[in-house]
Design a protein around this ligand. Sequence first.
Ligand SMILES: O=C(O)CNC(=O)[C@H](CS)NC(=O)CCC(=O)C(=O)O
Length: 278
Amino acid sequence: MRAALIQLNSGDDPEVNLPITQGFVADAAKAGAGFVLTPEATNCVSTSRTWQNQVLHHEAEDPTLAALCAQARELKIWLLIGSLALKTDDQDGRFANRSFLIGPDGEIIARYDKIHMFDVNVSATETYRESQGFRPGNSAVVADTAYGRLGLSICYDLRFPHLYQALAQAGAQILTVPAAFSAVTGGAHWMPLLRARAIENGCYVLAPAQTGTHQARRGKQRRTFGHSVAISPWGEILSDGETRPGVNVFEIDSDEVATARRRVPSLSHIRPFDGPDA
Ligand SMILES: O=C(O)CNC(=O)[C@H](CS)NC(=O)CCC(=O)C(=O)O
C-alpha cells in the first residue's frame, strides 16, 4: 500500500504555508498515496510567542485544520498532520503542539499532544525552551487505519524509547515521528534514533520533517535538518527526502511487521525486573 511523506520548509505565516502544503498533498495523492504525512509545525515554524499569538487559532477555528480535513475527504486519503501549533484555553496562555489523524471521509480520528518538551541548549548560541510556549500532553495515543495501527509521537519524543515501547505493546505497527529536528542535533542523532525505534519495536517508522532555513517575520530564523524518512520494521531506510521540500512515496506492507517480529521476537521477550536500587 502506497504512502507518502511530505517534507516542508514552513515559515511563520500559516496563510503562506497552507497552499504549499495542499499542493504537496495533492501531488502525493496523484502519485497514488492513500496515506500522507506532514511534519511537525506544518502551519507555523516560529520562535516568537508574540507573533504566534497574532496568527495562531484555537483548534475549532483553525483554517489549516479545516482545509486539510476537507482535502483528505476530497482525495479520500488518510492524512497525518504531523502537528499544528494551536491556541488553548490554558490560564498561562501556552499553545498546544498537536498531531491529528484524519480519515478518508475528513473527520478527525485521533489527536496527540506532544509529551516531551524540547528545553535544550544545542550549542552555545542555539537554545530552545519549548515548554515556555507550549503545554505538554500527558497521554500516549494509538489509532487504527487501513495501513495498520499507528502509535503517535512528535519530534523530541524520539529520545524517549519507553514511549515507543508502550505504543508497540498497545499494538502499534507504525510509529509516526513528525519533526522539526534542529540541524545541529539532526546530523548526529536523527537517523540512528529513528532506526533504533523501528528495530527495537518491529515497527515501521514514518518521520516527515521540516527542512532548511525557515522564513521568519518576527523572532529568529530557525534551521532544521530535513531527511524525512520511512523505515521498515527491519530497520531499512525505504525513502529519504534529503534536504529539499517535496513528496517522497514508498510502500507499506503490514506483513513486514509480523516477519520482522518473527525473526527477532524481542518485543515478546520483555520481562519485569527488580532494581537497580539507586
Ligand atoms: O517550535 C516549533 O515551531 C515547532 N516545534 C519544534 O521545532 C520542536 C520544539 S522547539 N523541535 C524539536 O522538538 C526538535 C528536537 C530536536 O531537534 C532534538 O531532539 O535534537
